[in-house]
Ligand binder design. Sequence first.
Ligand code: NAD
Length: 735
Amino acid sequence: MAEFHLNVDEDGIATITWNVPEKAMNVMSSQGLAELDAHIDTVLGDDNIKGAVITSAKPDFAGGMDLKELGAARVSARDNPAQAIFDNVMHGHRILRKIERGGMDPKTLKGGKPIAAALPGTAAGIGIEVALACHRVFASDRPGPQFGLPEILVGIFPGGGGTVRMLHKVGMVNAMQLLSQGKMLSADKAAKAGYLDEVVPADDLISRAKDWVRGASDADIVKPWDKKGFKLPGGHAYHPAGMMNYVGAAAMLHGQTKGAYPAPKALLAVMYEASLVPFDAALEIEARWMTSVMMDPSSAAMIKSLFINKQALEKGANRPAGVPDMRVQKLGVLGAGLMGAGIAHVSAKAGIEVVLIDQSQEAVDKGKAYSEAILDKAVARGRSTDEKKAAVLDRITATADYAALKGCDLVVEAVFEDVGVKADVTKLAEAQLGEGVILATNTSTLPITDLAKASRDAGRFIGIHFFSPVEKMALVEIIKGGDTGNEAVAKALDFVRQIRKTPIVVNDARFFYANRCIVPYMNEGLRMLREGVNPVLIENAAKQMGMPLGPLQLGDETAIDLAYRIGKATQAAMADAYQPTGTEEVVEYLYEAGRYGKKTNAGYYDYDEAGKRQGIWRGLSEKFPRAEDQPDVQEVINRLALSQSFEAVRALEDDVLLDIREGDVGAILGWGFMPWSGGPFSYLDILGAGEAVRLGEELATKHGATFEPPKLLRDIAAAGDGFYARFGSQSKAAA
Ligand code: NAD
């Protein structure tokens, strides 16, 4: 099936239109690239054609490369994968370079044909890379579309000439700023940043591009870097000015990534090396680094978890079959505290009518003001308008009157973490609601099956667990109670899709999935602290392995009094079955010192009056003196990484987790589990199950049962398998 179509008008201007069948957004596959190549050959070879415009028949231009194809590149190129990847990337370079040269004589730079890009909407990744190879880039002024090179976010970097062309077009400092963060910009901003040439009225897009092609001279189509005497904007890496920038960029990048990710390092290396050589050699350097990144298991794992599987879950991979569309029309939220206010906000923003309830008008007004404050900030930053803000706030009815819940088809409860209070509000709400409604609780610790007892229909009762702050955190954990039915699951999934978050569906057990795994990570940090490991070593090892927060900082952020109370409640609930974690003494010490964490400006860390984190609190070493022998940083890393990963495996063994894709995606989005690894199951696959068992056994003899390798891991190791090899992209239930 054709993905690119060629038309030639009576003036001899060709239009190459991208329109991948059966897809809402164009993505580039090897098939598409071959078609584009053939059309370019026609344009350049046919004397009746004067030039071309490359555009799209869809509202947007392109979403990027076909990441499924890219993610599989290493595996599909069996014999000599590095060579195959390199050849492939170079093949792409040659096609785009052919567009850029337009058939001109490379010596005289004359006789080429002008080729313009006309972008009707969003162009990402290869979409922008194709445009950058053209001689002029036009974009429609329609509001909404975004333009840029976001590859870094899925563990690669722009390898279709995007890194080298951006470097040559806007200089290293600007290119690095855009590419190292995967920034997508509006048309106006992208034009200002220098990678779109003209932003024109949507209706005139093609005609303006054709006009330009018609009038373009030989000189108009020669890229600056193909002219003699070209100087790289900002200077190359050995230039006095450029040198300073490269040194700074290396330090800044390392500060941001702690060296945990292969792609940003490769990105900077390309910028450095490419700045010193002629353009075609620069492209070859880009291809070599791209090959190195694609050969690193991290990139395939990141593409798999952060793109392919994340998207599959968002599209309802685990939605019960046969349940009709359950999208929410009117949502009730019980409790207008931190969580309730956040849930009301994101729902109203997604266009859902919301009734927000609390004990008093004052409390709900405060909850609604939370939304107003977020919207005010967005307006001030130019990300929203006063009209949009008013429309969102209009959708939130803030009241203490339960009668306002009439007509709601989903109610999410977010009152105090107390079984009695939750039961009371469930009953009060149900008294106002029709039979079909689904009741959900945002509890973080209480079993859903128990809370469902207060409801008249446990089959229509479910956990929908948000993370704080709701407006920022992408993950939502949906928890099935013992009696929860399929309609409730479908409702929760449809709701999460409406508010554009990523769902995982898990079974009901203490701490569900995310909190269950993050606790061993924090505990391991505290255990080391108690043993006399230098807290700075603990925190830095965590950063070095790619965790966003060290266990002590995380303790401060999540509040130490909360950890203390949850610890006490767990002990009470488990009674004789409770196994001390070896962290009780540390938490109690902080709790008794009134150091509750960031909110009290005092925790494992000291804070200044403005709440800015300072150094580690000296009181820690008074109580837990530093041991003379400090462990190797790799041992600290292994303890922090395996404590979480083994718990994820146990959650799978216990049937809390039903799908390793959910386990991986949920871990990255829920608690920032080393994104470079693709999640705990991908991490264990990268490490190798056999090596993970060996490390676990070694650590278990020194540091206890946390590290006892789970049986499933041992099985997988014994079979010479991996988690994805065994479960693939199927859920565990289906495997
Ligand atoms: P919060 O204390 O900020 O808010 C609770 C709100 O419930 C308060 O506004 C309170 O007035 C209201 N409330 C209490 N009793 C009520 C009643 N009888 N009727 C109506 N409203 C009542 O707490 P929060 O942090 O928003 O947590 C709410 C729920 O979300 C808890 O179950 C908590 O475990 C869970 N949760 C919290 C977080 C978090 O990070 N804070 C994360 C996930 C889940």
